[in-house]
Write a protein that binds this ligand. Structure first.
Ligand code: AMO
Length: 551
């Protein structure tokens, strides 16, 4: 093979020259970019202690810094340097200044940074580009401002940022803005629909109202527990995987349990009764309850939290109701003290405070019977008050029917069921006549109560059972229970409930059984109705309904 190259054509040098020039330009640009990047990296490295993305937190330090929470900031800390970890609400660049609003736990504060010897202009750029909702650590001097800041909860102070590090950057595009999700129904502007909010509940929970709702939910459980513990109750934990439907009926989730079928507990009913026969005299449980009801309504969930109570009685189911009244009176009084939460909820979902005590004037005006004065259980009064402290109203079922019949065209019989629409109407009528949003109705017809309910001695068409209502919706139901096995079997038979799978439950009454009663409360219903909210999904953190099992 020859070493000689073929002779070049006249155009080639020109092309080669152009190509070389282009390559040189690209190389120069790349070199420039590289130099800039290096310069930036050097600057970032130099100032890494002052600003930038923090190293991944992997538990290498321990108590090396003292953190101040946003709510703890105050003018009392003026001129002090604090370290705050918070979420970024907004950032804004203005010349050599950067402003941001950071927040945590319902509290927000303005923070600002300025270029000076220790802080280059790149820090201002850095702050300006931090995506909203990111988490930052800010080291700053607390300063008192001359003009009140109206856009933050801390109006009298500002943070002068000395150092800022991003701990966790948010994605820049949010599924919805907190502003849109916080809007009142009647306010102008975009709203976010319930499904979109629930699909990203962790973002929705950051709205002041949602966040406050779940704080209130925690309080409901806290006060429920506290009252019962203070009144000699023991907290129990009963199984949720069970071998037979606890409430009878078909609304039970079946599951494969190794080589046989099992069910998810529809309530702790049978277990709380069995425990009582083991000589724990008063018990309660706070636990999930499962209902395979295909009810797509504002108040039905397929999984909810049951607040269950069961106790011995000496003579009368009124003893259970007295306890329930004491409990609800305590809970409502305590709930009313959480003013910040209530304020945040009201700002988005306005509601009237719950009225649960009938006034002394009304008691007199309507000639309402007062049982604590006459001491004897009696149903001679259509409406009664049992305790002059809590002044909660009890109405017997036939009286509820009478009240409804004052306005219904198609009259109801005393043993007819009160459907959801009429229940709501009843709530309205009770509010008008007695001036209360809470009442207890007792002596329900036996046709609408479960097999374990004790019948009334004087009239077996009725039972020793009761429901409790808030704003015309049921929050609780309960009864004196049948504690005689033969009677239980007979009653179940008449209701065509097969108790063969519940043999253990029936047998638990054969070794000496304490007379007893109790009630079950829907936790979400209490929160929803106390707060006058229109949908149970607002108060269930990750609601389960026939359409939803995620997230
Ligand atoms: P009950 O079936 O009436 O009684 O339930 C008690 C309370 O639980 C709430 N509740 C619900 N909440 C949300 N979604 C649902 N699908 C749902 N179903 C009921 C209501 C209701 O008042 N074992 C008895 C209680 C007892 O007698 O002790 C029982 O479970 O607030």
């Amino acid at each position: 093979m020859s070493d000689q190259q073929p002779a070049a054509t006249p155009e080639e040098p020109k092309i080669n020259k152009k190509q070389a020039e282009k390559e040189a330009r690209i190389a120069a640009r790349l070199a420039e970019e590289k130099a800039r990047a290096e310069e930036k990296a050097a600057l970032l490295a130099k100032y890494s202690d002052v600003f930038g993305n923090a190293e991944l937190l992997q538990s290498t330090g321990y108590n090396t810094k003292e953190y101040t929470k946003v709510p703890q900031l105050s003018a009392a800390l003026a001129d002090k340097t604090v370290t705050v970890r918070a979420r970024v609400s907004t950032t804004r660049k203005k010349g050599k200044l950067a402003f941001m609003v950071i927040r945590d736990e319902n509290s927000s504060v303005q923070a600002m940074a300025a270029v000076d010897e220790a802080r280059p202009k790149e820090m201002i750029d850095y702050i300006g580009q931090i995506p909203c909702e990111s988490i930052v650590d800010v080291e700053a001097k607390v300063t008192v401002v001359d003009q009140p800041i109206t856009s933050t909860t801390h109006s009298d102070i500002e943070l002068q940022i000395q150092k800022i590090h991003c701990i966790s950057e948010s994605q820049r595009t949010l599924p919805f803005t907190l502003e849109d999700a916080s809007r009142r129904e009647d306010e102008e502007g975009a709203k976010v629909n319930s499904d979109t909010r629930l699909n990203c509940r962790w973002l929705d929970l950051r709205t002041p109202a949602s966040n406050a709702i779940f704080r209130m939910q925690s309080r409901v459980c806290q006060h429920f527990r506290q009252y019962l513990l203070d009144n000699d109750f023991f907290e129990i934990h009963t199984p949720k995987i069970i071998s037979a439907a606890s409430e009878g009926g078909s609304n039970v989730f079946k599951l494969q349990y190794f080589n046989r079928d099992a069910f998810l507990a529809q309530s702790p009913q049978l277990y709380k009764q069995m425990v009582l026969q083991g000589d724990l005299p008063r018990v309660f449980e706070v636990a999930p309850v499962f209902r395979a009801e295909n009810s797509n309504t504002h108040r039905h969930l397929t999984e909810f939290v049951g607040l269950d109570v069961e106790l011995r009685i000496n003579e009368h189911y009124y003893e259970v109701l007295d306890l329930a009244e004491g409990l609800f009176n305590y809970m409502f009084e305590k709930l009313a003290t959480h003013t910040k939460e209530l304020e945040d909820i009201r700002a988005q979902y306005p509601f009237e405070p719950l009225v649960w005590k009938i006034t002394e004037e009304k008691i007199k005006e309507l000639g309402i019977g007062i049982i604590s004065e006459n001491k004897q259980p009696t149903d001679q009064y259509e409406a009664r008050v049992h305790n002059l402290e809590s002044r909660m109203l009890r109405l017997n079922y036939p009286h509820c029917i009478e009240l409804l019949n004052t306005v219904l065209e198609e009259k109801l019989a005393p043993t007819d069921d009160i459907n959801t629409t009429n229940e709501k109407l009843l709530g309205k009528l009770v509010r008008e006549r007695y001036g209360v949003d809470f009442f207890i109705s007792d002596r329900f017809p036996s046709t609408v109560r479960p097999f374990y309910t004790m019948p009334c001695k004087d009239d077996t068409r009725f039972t020793n059972s009761y429901d409790m209502f808030i704003r015309g919706e049921e929050i609780s139901s309960g009864a004196q229970r049948i504690h005689v096995p033969e009677m239980l079997l007979e009653r179940a038979k008449s209701l065509q409930v097969d108790l063969t799978p519940c043999k253990d439950y029936v047998d638990s009454f054969r070794l000496g059984a304490w007379p007893h009663g109790g009630f079950g409360v829907g936790m979400e219903r209490v929160v929803m109705l106390y707060l006058g909210l229109s949908n149970v999904r607002l108060v269930s953190m990750f609601p389960r309904d026939p359409q939803r099992v995620t997230p």
